[in-house]
Design a protein around this ligand. Sequence first.
Ligand SMILES: Nc1ncnc2c1ncn2[C@@H]1O[C@H](COP(=O)(O)OP(=O)(O)OP(=O)(O)O)[C@@H](O)[C@H]1O
Ligand SMILES: [Mg+2]
Length: 429
Amino acid sequence: MMWVEKHRPQTPEEVVGNEEAKLKFLSWLKKWKPGGKAALLHGPPGVGKTALVHAAAKAAAYDLIEMNASDARTAEKIMRTAGHAASESSIFQFFSDSKGVLILLDEVDGIYGREDQGGLGAILKLLEESKVPVALTANDISDMRLRELKNACLTIRFQKVRPPVMVAWLEEICRREGLEAEEEALKLIAARSRGDVRSAVNDLQALAEKTRSLRAVDVEKLTARDRQLSVQEVLGEIFLTNNPLYAKRAQAEAEVDRDLLHLSVHENLPYQFTDPEDLAAGYDALSRADVFFGRVKRTQNWGLLSYALEQMSMGVAAARRGKYTPAGYRFPPSRILILGRTKAQRELIKEISAKIGVKCHVSRRRAAADFLPYLRVMFQHSKEAAAAQLASWLGLDEAAVAYLKGEAAKPSSAPARGRKPAGRRGARR
Ligand SMILES: Nc1ncnc2c1ncn2[C@@H]1O[C@H](COP(=O)(O)OP(=O)(O)OP(=O)(O)O)[C@@H](O)[C@H]1O
Ligand SMILES: [Mg+2]
């Protein structure tokens, strides 16, 4: 069983940190009367927004009707599920000492976007008509489209949970689980989590599966392993987030190779964005990133780099308006796989081209594009002796001759201009 479920706060007291926000919410719930505002809890992930609503409902004997707002985007669906509950007192009230119903609309920031306008309207209507308290949660409410919603609610801001508070909660879980842990280890876990209790508890559980007495070095290992994963994590931030700033931050903080990330975004974009308009906007941002990357390379003006990086991260993240359909990430990018597979051949081509260059006074690039294809034809169709003479004049070794004769596997990355004439001629004979 997941520890985040097992040790989900049962009472409002167990929701650690964010004391002010907690009090604000609890007093809102206590004082709520029909006609009162709804409460909108917002802030970073994994800090206990949803958990607090659950725990508070339980403590105050409310029946909780929960609905993930991003699953139920249409007006109709929201009204059907929540509207009914909002208009009548709970059936349970007749059988128990329940106070009635509390509606939780979870993750309301997932609802906006072109196709979802109905959803937002339905929520506003629900808030206006509801005869029972409604709590909403969101990560980010800075979007202008949520302004009306914000105005209709009492907003309660949650912040990242501070490390000492987090460590205390992790200690509590260790105690319940009979797990020994160095304080330093818990501090490291807390630091890694960046204020996200859910991720800290998940880390603790993952580590506890390997050892019953947790040391700081174990946590460090976990951190090291994570670094290799971080391209996918950054991709996650870019494709998934509703807030482009998160994408930018992830890109900036992650220790991943820029080019690798760039290729990975290219590769994954068409699988991640299913809406054609989103996809077009995504490619638009990527093409701008490409332009800037090119300029940096040509002019060595590194000041332009940040524009490239922002287009690649924030630009792509901001391109998605529609719904996000999760799809796995393709990694490493196929281009890197192909380049890896053809590395030996590319080296060979480079070497032959350099030798041609020396004899014919051309650049290696030109040798590869304009000389090499014809040389291959000559090697494949002239007499053995003539080929040998040519090879010795250029100073080619066996591997090079074999490649020119077409005995080695054909390179997939040979210049297209070169491959065509050879191929056509071969086909005609
Ligand atoms: N403040 C907290 N105190 C104790 N446990 C917490 C706290 N915050 C999160 N957790 C743990 O993490 C789990 C997830 O928390 P919760 O669902 O409340 O996060 P959230 O703030 O709603 O995040 P999101 O924005 O991603 O929905 C909880 O079940 C609990 O185990
Ligand atoms: Mg939540």
